[in-house]
Design a protein around this ligand. Sequence first.
Ligand SMILES: NC(=O)c1ccc[n+]([C@@H]2O[C@H](COP(=O)([O-])OP(=O)(O)OC[C@H]3O[C@@H](n4cnc5c(N)ncnc54)[C@H](OP(=O)(O)O)[C@@H]3O)[C@@H](O)[C@H]2O)c1
Length: 282
Amino acid sequence: MKHVLVTGALGQLGSTFQRLAHRFPGLEFVWMDRNSLDITDPEAVSQALAQRRYSYLLNCAAYTAVDQAESEPEAADRINHLGACVLAQGCADAGVHLVHISTDYVFDGTSSIAYTPEDAPNPQGVYGATKWKGEQCVSRYAQRYTTVRTSWLYDRTGKNFVQTMLRLSQTQKELRVVNDQIGSPTFTEDLAWAIGAHMEQGTLPKGITHFSNTGSCSWFEFAQAIFEERGIDIHVAPVSSAAYQAAAPRPAYSLLALTPQYSSRPWRAALKDALTTHNQTP
Ligand SMILES: NC(=O)c1ccc[n+]([C@@H]2O[C@H](COP(=O)([O-])OP(=O)(O)OC[C@H]3O[C@@H](n4cnc5c(N)ncnc54)[C@H](OP(=O)(O)O)[C@@H]3O)[C@@H](O)[C@H]2O)c1
């Protein structure tokens, strides 16, 4: 049996892991939310890691409000950068493999082919910059680590693009959605399944890795697919990022080249599952 300490356990990805935990009989999870373990507190992290012989620390904690980060750079840096440094150091001291989650927003989006883990990051906004600094701490200090970059994460519930579209469709007749940012949506259950299965088997690829659902779309096409799957009749108008005027700049293209050890499925199939069935895993 391998023991896994999960931080940020009440967030979108942490909650998904809690929901799917029974699918990994070889893993015993200890769930820590922000109140039980603040990842920016070195002493608390060391104490938590000393409580049993952990094989992995799975960091699902993060500051993820991309636009808000532009006006709260210190808060974003504290959690995404300092927090990652604290976990990396704590894991190194305790001999624990750190599994850290990062983002496609570390890239500037000027590529026209999928980004590989070897491509140089050049984040455009505060959120991406703080996540990239966190990644660098993990690579520098953790003795054993896996950083999993993922993109456009959504779950069956909670705060994410899919749920926002569904909520807005209840009160709006038309929605404006950007059509000049291309990436791949990722269903949290697919990400959790990929990571959990490899942790259980001890085959998690090391270093910086990429996981998303496969294929690509714009946010506009993603929105259209959400409404098609749910049979919702609403007009979706494509708009440019310049016209939409979000606070944070985002990469125009952020497709991730998947790390070969991970298996995934097309984003549309995952979306269909997320919207029509319950607790299915591939
Ligand atoms: N969401 C996306 O579209 C997306 C895309 C690509 C990559 N990612 C990455 O995927 C990972 C998981 O994202 P998510 O969507 O699950 O994020 P989320 O729903 O925002 O969850 C993050 C969790 O971390 C907690 N947290 C914040 N500060 C903390 C601290 N100091 N100590 C402990 N916990 C703390 C938050 O608590 P509070 O709610 O109380 O603040 C929240 O429960 C993150 O690393 C994110 O950068 C996300």
